[in-house]
Design a protein around this ligand. Structure first.
Ligand code: SAM
Ligand code: DTB
Ligand code: SF4
Length: 364
């Protein structure tokens, strides 16, 4: 029987986060070994299938159209382009491809049909397929599942309270609703967040309460360190220290023992020694590839050298869950519903978001 708890409180999580570091590391490493092979790391490669030009105001994001970040908006990639990138990722040791689109939410139509074809194509390469496309309805989640999607990434990003100070164009409850829609299928849930956005340690603990009290807990949790991109409202945030990253990883590992904890954005600022401590603290997944979505990531060969030095091996695809079957478009049992879901748009004013938007307007 699983001993995983779904009733963690903020106080308990804060107590864990603030333990003397050696205690925290020991506890996290112990939990890690009970549930995972500590010498195996799952490797994912990101492919930005639709870059930039996004309608949302996420304060951290270089792809929001309203900020002047130098990111050029692109149309949706072709299935063949994505297949070529997936094959390259596979030959570099990745078990998973994560396709990201700079969308607020998915709309039924030609573009979504093309994404479904990308999912079918990559699943047939015997790789785990993940998508991160913004908010989705239950019907859209079912269509992705039918195409062979393995995971859907949808981050809570911060605590419910701090979320309001970062994003005004959608609410925290929309994120939870999408996760719930994914849970109505066999697709696994990938949901985590970002540290270093000016939040308090209480907000980090709050985010972990929201994630760990989901039942089931997300199968993977990406922990991103903010990549502070010029032109975004958060451009001047101080980088998080490696100790904060280690504490966050270790705490995530303890409260979500069965989850794959992914060392995500921000690895270019970390030393090998720092990353090694994160793996010791329970991180067992990374994003590999020279680029994340729009920002740099460590060189693939350097990552492989690090794996060799640490005695780590990349996890095989479908090590945790069987490969989903792909149903061809012609045999699909789901129809596009052309829904117009009522995702919220609180539109409250966030001063730094307004300032970044005005600055961009002045330049354009
Ligand atoms: N548009 C979709 C959405 O927002 O759900 C999917 C793509 S979005 C870029 C995926 C995630 O990337 C965000 O939820 C956020 O956690 C992460 N992210 C974006 N910009 C980042 C940055 N500058 N630093 C760290 N993480 C970032
Ligand atoms: C996640 O948690 N981090 C990834 C992935 N999920 C989609 C994205 C990181 C993006 C970092 C900024 C950029 O490259 O644009
Ligand atoms: Fe758009 Fe996603 Fe970036 Fe927000 S995080 S601006 S929704 S691409």
């Amino acid at each position: 029987m699983s001993t995983t708890r779904h009733n963690w409180t903020k106080e308990e999580i804060l107590d864990i986060y603030n333990k003397p570091l050696m205690e925290l590391l020991y506890e996290a490493a112990t939990v890690h070994r009970l549930h995972h092979d500590p010498n195996t790391v799952q490797v994912s490669t990101l492919v930005s299938i639709k870059t930039g030009g996004c309608s949302e105001d996420c304060g951290y994001c270089p792809q929001a159209a309203r900020y002047n970040t130098g990111v050029e908006g692109n149309d949706l990639m072709s299935v063949q382009q994505v297949k070529a990138q997936a094959l390259r990722a596979k030959s570099n040791g990745s078990s998973r491809v994560c396709m990201g689109a700079a969308w607020r939410n998915v709309k039924d139509g030609e573009e979504f049909d093309q994404v479904l074809e990308m999912v079918r194509t990559i699943n047939k390469l015997d790789m785990e397929v993940c998508c991160t496309l913004g908010m989705i309805t239950e019907n859209q989640a079912k269509r992705l599942a039918e195409a062979g999607l393995y995971a859907y990434n949808h981050n809570l990003d911060s605590s419910e309270e701090y979320y309001k100070q970062v994003i005004s164009t959608r609410g925290f409850e929309d994120r939870l609703q999408t996760i719930d829609n994914v849970r109505k299928t066999n697709v696994t849930v990938c949901s985590g967040g970002i540290i270093g956005m000016g939040e308090k340690v209480e907000d980090r603990a709050g985010m972990l309460v929201s994630l760990s009290t989901l039942n089931p807990q997300p199968e993977s949790v990406p922990i991103n360190a903010l990549v502070a991109v010029e032109g975004t409202p958060l451009e001047n945030e101080e980088p998080v220290s490696i100790w904060e990253m280690i504490r966050m990883v270790a705490t995530t590992r303890i409260v979500m023992p069965e989850t794959q904890v992914r060392l995500s954005a921000g690895r270019t600022q970390m030393t090998r020694e720092g990353q090694a401590m994160c793996f010791f603290a329970g991180a067992n997944s990374i994003f590999a590839g020279d680029k994340l979505l729009t920002t740099p990531n460590p060189d693939v060969n350097e990552d492989m050298k690090m794996f060799e030095e640490l005695g780590l091996t990349p996890q095989k695809p479908f090590a945790k869950k069987v490969q989903p079957q792909t149903v061809e478009a012609s045999e699909s049992q789901y129809q596009p519903l052309g829904e117009n879901p009522k995702w919220t748009r609180p539109d409250h004013k966030i001063e730094r978001n307004e300032a970044a938007k005005l600055k961009a307007k002045a330049v354009k």
